[in-house]
Design a protein around this ligand. Structure first.
Ligand SMILES: NC(=O)c1ccc[n+]([C@@H]2O[C@H](COP(=O)([O-])OP(=O)(O)OC[C@H]3O[C@@H](n4cnc5c(N)ncnc54)[C@H](OP(=O)(O)O)[C@@H]3O)[C@@H](O)[C@H]2O)c1
Length: 254
């Protein structure tokens, strides 16, 4: 399997990259970003790109992948709607169009967030922009899985690129075991997101289109030592329950 990761230098992207490196079913990983990785494992190739609204220059390098794990994103704090839309909506859709061109079997896993507003008309700016981005993606002619995690606990020494998040994690990390016990449906980890993205790729469009933290934790809990999670692992007795194709495969009303 061949995968592309956007945002691999970020908190979640680092977790996804690590899961892909560890997965023996993934042979090739292409990382696309503006900042080089600190360390590049053997099966990882890297493309440094500057203009995330235009991938024409690297279009041919993006062809023929099984999946794209899109973890690039920014906090809306301090950004105008126009600035936040550029990073969240314009960059994501430009990347999806470039990676998905002539590739109907692609799985595009998009890292959104709990509370994204599918109606696109709510009062919260970031939620509207994320909802609009999700809706456009879900209408594209390949498999799209929208990840909507709530609280994400970084694992394995991973840190956020966002200073405000770093401060928040310093305060909340010790609370995570309690949070997980009190609100298991609202928390997940970078590790679970990485493994769940790989599982979604293996489902080839038969998985849920919208994944809550609970769905992410179920899919990400399946860990095959010999490679990629398969749909039959997910459906067999003893597998985490409740991962069913979502009726929300079609775009939400706008
Ligand atoms: N952290 C959470 O608890 C949480 C919860 C729910 C949803 N999310 C969503 O998950 C996504 C990623 O979050 P994160 O915590 O991993 O963020 P992060 O640590 O700040 O990483 C962001 C990633 O996006 C890239 N990026 C940001 N702005 C960019 C720009 N203008 N041009 C090119 N690349 C850019 C960064 O690249 P550089 O290394 O080059 O800066 C980095 O790879 C966001 O959309 C966020 O809304 C996060």
């Amino acid at each position: 399997m061949r995968v592309i990761i956007f945002g691999a230098t970020g908190m979640v992207g680092q977790g996804v990259l690590r899961a892909c490196v560890e997965d023996r079913g993934i042979d090739e990983i292409l990382v696309v970003g503006r900042t080089p990785l600190n360390r590049r494992p053997a099966k990882v190739r890297e493309t440094i790109h500057r203009d995330f609204t235009d991938f024409t220059a690297v279009q041919k390098d993006l062809a023929g992948f099984d999946a794209c794990f899109f973890c690039l994103g920014a906090s809306s704090a301090g950004l105008s709607e126009e600035e936040y839309t550029r990073i969240t909506y314009d960059y994501t859709l430009a990347a999806a169009r470039a990676v998905g061109a002539d590739n109907p079997s692609l799985t595009f896993a998009y890292l959104s967030g709990a509370g994204a507003d599918s109606t696109e008309v709510g009062r919260i700016m970031w939620a509207r922009v994320k909802g609009r981005t999700e809706n456009e993606l879900l209408a594209m002619p390949f498999h799209v899985a929208v990840f909507r995690p709530g609280y994400i606990q970084p694992r394995g020494g991973i840190v956020s690129r966002t200073p405000a998040y770093r401060r928040l994690y310093r305060l909340t990390s010790w609370l995570y075991p309690l949070l997980r016990r009190l609100a298991p449906g609202h928390v997940t980890t970078t590790e679970h997101i990485g493994r769940a993205m790989i599982a979604v790729m293996a489902l080839r469009g038969d998985g849920p289109a919208l994944l809550s933290s609970r769905d992410i934790n179920r899919l990400g809990a399946i860990d095959r030592p010999d490679g990629i999670n398969r749909p039959d692992d997910i459906n067999k007795p003893g597998a985490p329950e409740g991962v069913t194709p979502s009726p929300a495969r079609t775009p939400c009303a706008r």
